[in-house]
Design a protein around this ligand. Structure first.
Ligand code: SAM
Length: 258
């Protein structure tokens, strides 16, 4: 008995488009996305594409016409709602460009809800191009089948973030100078949480003291070796997702909808 082909086809391209998408709707995809569909993925009339709008969720759509200038599609049905990613923030000091691109990509893949880019005293970089950051997050979300995009906040100085820190949110401060074992610390506190990771040169003593003085802050250790900042981000986010996040869910058994 031949196996029933998966529907929608696993190879169907996935794109985030402006919403809200709705039953019976149709749209023309233009610009770089149209180029990607028609030139790279070579879609043709009748092919299926997966569209997300970061609002109503994920939809299957059928290509009606694929042209150089645009790809016309009609929406078939909603496949799943917008997922509820765990209430976990990443507060990461800005790094030299390729490394912070990696931080944004991995934070999206790992399920971070909000990224807070920070400027600290030892930061080498102090700016972040918001469009570029969003493009990196959208591409990572398209690749990892995420239906809710992470919120990327405007760059903020560490001092002002600490001043405005929400009462109810735990701030796990990744400190290479030592702290509580991360997994135990994460497992011991439920509720809204955030991970704070420093720049290439780490935090200076004044910053360290200010962070530790915050009642919601808890210094955590990610082991005996000094990790690169981007490695600390990936390790810390993975550990939190495994202990307190949504890693007990899977694509086959998804997390609750937003
Ligand atoms: N200041 C350090 C140095 O140059 O000696 C290195 C800073 S490290 C490259 C960048 C950031 O990663 C640190 O500020 C810290 O947040 C995090 N980090 C690195 N290794 C860590 C560890 N073993 N435990 C906890 N956090 C760590």
């Amino acid at each position: 008995m031949p196996a029933t082909p998966a529907w929608p086809p696993k190879s169907a391209p996935r794109l985030f488009v402006p919403g809200p998408l709705h039953d019976g709707g149709s749209l023309v995809i233009e610009g770089p996305q149209a180029h990607y569909l028609s030139r790279v993925m070579r879609v043709a009339a009748g092919d299926i594409v997966i569209l997300c709008d970061d609002e109503t969720g994920e939809w299957a759509a059928e290509v009606v016409e694929a042209g150089k200038r645009g790809v016309a599609v009609s929406l078939l049905n909603r496949l799943r709602g917008r997922e509820q990613v765990p209430d976990f923030w990443l507060c990461a000091a800005l790094l030299k460009k390729p490394n912070f691109d990696l931080v944004l990509e991995k934070a999206t893949e790992l399920g971070v809800r909000r990224v807070q880019p920070l400027v600290t005293r030892r930061c080498v970089a102090d700016k972040l191009n918001p469009e570029r950051a969003r493009t990196i997050a959208v591409e990572a979300a398209e690749q990892c089948a995420r239906t809710a995009l992470p919120m990327i906040a405007p760059v903020q100085r560490l001092e002002s973030m600490l001043r405005e820190w929400p009462q109810d949110r735990a701030l796990f401060f990744a400190d290479e100078n030592g702290g509580d074992p991360a997994a135990e610390a994460f497992a011991s506190r439920s509720g809204p949480a955030a991970l704070l990771v420093g720049p290439e040169g780490g935090f200076d003593e004044t910053e360290r003291a200010a962070i530790r003085a915050l009642p919601q802050a808890q210094a955590i250790s990610l082991g005996p070796r000094i990790l690169r900042a981007e490695t600390a981000v990936i390790a810390g986010c993975s550990l939190w997702m495994a202990t307190s996040g949504d890693w007990h869910n899977s694509l086959a058994n998804p997390s609750p909808l937003a």
